[in-house]
Design a protein around this ligand. Structure first.
Ligand code: GLY
Length: 573
């Protein structure tokens, strides 16, 4: 009897959520008529993410009494629908948070290699690396971690999961108007969609996509509903797991129902260090991001960057040399800490980093051939969201399919893209992955192992109080983008909008070149070329979401910027 009443109350509350829907024409969020907000100034709470509808969903959850964890969950789920190139349930990610009571949480829900994976699985009979297999189609996928990560995050939230997932279900079921950028991206990827899928998918239609077209994802809505109704098991067991395993079998992939059932998110201990009196909190391995950030910031800390000036030749050259040295260490020393002993303490120690910079010269480039690891390019199609709530909970999440739309294969009958994260392993020592990063033994493939990541969700404190919540997509450019964002705020005193949108540069040891954005000043390029650097222009580096927390006359001011390089959007109040 009591049990029956309990079921009835769950049923009526889910009906209630459906009735109180946030999303739909004439509702709080109209998915067919929305605007994009690039910067806001609030005083209580804010969300910045890669898509206006996702940021609006997260903000509505905050307004309904959810905390930053609830908002981060709802925003990620909405991104899985409205930003299918990178928002996902078929990928993985990292969530880093500081709770209002000061405790830190680092959740690792990175994908892992299936049990049947082997070290040389992407080598042909002659030992040649076959990157086409590690990057495309079924065999490129690791076991997805996102849904496990969302449920692990929910432990810190306040609202029922059903309430957090409902907006995503409605966006998938009834559709939303795609942006111009999304239309271009879907059209650009059409041939790959046809090549890597065996069933019809929602992302291919007979005529080209255009801005304002409605994208409906009925199968994804059904998958999200199974997750709403059955929790983790709605993804990792039962119908969804069977659909994933069947899809893998159709395309020679490795993931089985057993791999899915065994997947677990893990809590890790964040990286923490001091930079010019600020406390920086970063993500530890299997991300390389936190350690790289610590290395780069500590290598430049002895130098007066503010005095050198923003985009001065001196500052750019110094930061480039720090980036080069840190990335040489990434290639040699970093991997999944459950499989490889990462010498984190040494890599971040002041003595080690001082010695790393001993051969630094401000007058000329140090060739990468002269830089080895010390003793001891991935895609833009990762995505990031930053959240703060009125109680001071800070949540920063970076999540990814790796390449745009992952391996481009949609799970038949389940409606979501699988990742191509296996390419983030070092498939053969010294062979660059899709974004030019090299690695070795530390990041070799092994069953159950997590591939090394560059994702760098980051928090900054000033006097033990919230100061910055940030992160970005961009593959190997992620750590250098966050490095520059922090330096822009702390050393060059920029507001959030400038810190995010000023042109960036990137060096990752190999290839030995500085990548710069189009707007990077010509005069600095010329001076660096004269010092022996090779300069290459890239379309865009990073899409940073930044919340800066400022204090004025005893009041808090949130200075929030969503990157101008994409459809990114900032909301808050
Ligand atoms: N796939 C992007 C990263 O994890 O670094």
């Amino acid at each position: 009897m009591r049990y029956g009443l309990f079921i009835a109350s769950i049923f009526s509350s889910s009906v209630l959520f459906a009735q109180k829907s946030l999303v739909g024409p004439g509702k709080a969020i109209d998915p067919f008529h929305y605007t994009t907000v690039k910067t806001i100034s609030g005083s209580k709470a804010a969300v910045a993410s890669a898509h206006p509808l996702a940021s609006k969903v997260g903000t509505a959850i905050l307004q309904q009494g959810g905390n930053a964890f609830d908002a981060a969950i709802a925003t990620q789920l909405a991104l899985a629908v409205v930003y299918p190139a990178a928002g996902n349930i078929g990928g993985g990610g990292f969530m880093l948070a500081r709770r209002q009571n000061g405790t830190l949480v680092a959740l690792d829900y990175r994908e892992k290699a299936p049990a049947a994976a082997t070290r040389d699985m992407y080598l042909d009979a002659s030992g040649n690396a076959q990157t086409t297999l590690s990057q495309n189609g079924h065999r490129a996928s690791g076991v997805p971690g996102t849904v496990a990560g969302l449920f692990a995050t929910a432990k810190y939230g306040k609202l029922p999961f059903a309430q957090l997932i409902q907006p995503a279900i409605e966006l998938a079921l009834h559709g939303f108007a795609i942006t111009e950028r999304e239309a271009r991206s879907l059209n650009y990827t059409r041939d790959a969609f046809l090549q890597y899928n065996t069933q019809p998918i929602a992302f291919v239609k007979n005529t080209p996509w255009k801005a304002g077209d409605t994208l409906i994802q009925t199968e994804l809505a059904a998958t999200l509903t199974r997750i709403r109704d059955n929790g983790m098991k709605g993804f990792y067991e039962g119908t969804t797991a069977q659909l994933i395993a069947a899809e893998m079998q159709r395309g020679n992939g490795l993931i089985t129902t057993n791999d899915l059932k065994q997947y677990q998110a893990k809590e890790r201990t964040p990286v923490q260090f001091n930079y010019r009196g600020y406390t920086i909190i970063g993500f530890p391995p299997p991300s390389s991001g936190g350690i790289l950030l610590a290395q780069m910031l500590k290598m430049v800390a002895p130098y007066p960057l503010a005095q050198y000036g923003f985009q001065s030749v001196r500052a750019t050259q110094l930061m480039t040399e720090a980036e080069r040295r840190a990335y040489a260490d990434r290639a040699q020393h970093m991997g999944d800490p459950d499989y490889w002993k990462v010498p984190s303490n040494t890599l971040m120690s002041d003595a080690y980093l001082k010695q790393r910079m001993a051969d630094y010269s401000p007058d000329h480039a140090t060739p990468s051939s002269a830089i080895k690891a010390g003793l001891v390019k991935e895609s833009d199609e990762t995505t990031h969201l930053s959240v703060i709530d009125a109680a001071g909970n800070m949540v920063t999440v970076t999540t990814t399919l790796n390449g745009g739309y992952g391996c481009r294969t949609v799970v038949g009958g389940a409606g979501f893209f699988m990742n191509n994260e296996m390419d983030d392993f070092s498939i053969k020592p010294g062979v660059p992955n899709m974004y030019g990063a090299v690695g070795g033994e530390a990041n070799a493939i092994a069953p159950g192992k997590r591939m090394l990541s560059s994702m760098t969700p980051t928090l900054v404190l000033q006097n033990k109080q919230p100061f910055m919540v940030t992160g970005t997509p961009g593959g190997t450019t992620i750590p250098t983008s966050i490095f520059q964002t922090i330096v822009n705020v702390i050393d060059f005193k920029m507001n959030a909008t400038d810190a995010v949108n000023q042109p960036k540069f990137h060096h990752q040891w190999l290839p030995d070149e500085i990548d710069v954005e189009k707007a990077f000043p010509d005069s600095v390029r010329t001076s660096l070329t004269n010092m022996g650097y090779t300069i290459k222009e890239l379309d865009g580096i990073g899409r940073v979401e930044l919340i800066c927390i400022k204090h004025k006359n005893g009041k808090i001011i949130l200075d929030v910027a969503a990157d101008g390089r994409g459809d990114d959007d900032a909301e808050g109040f």
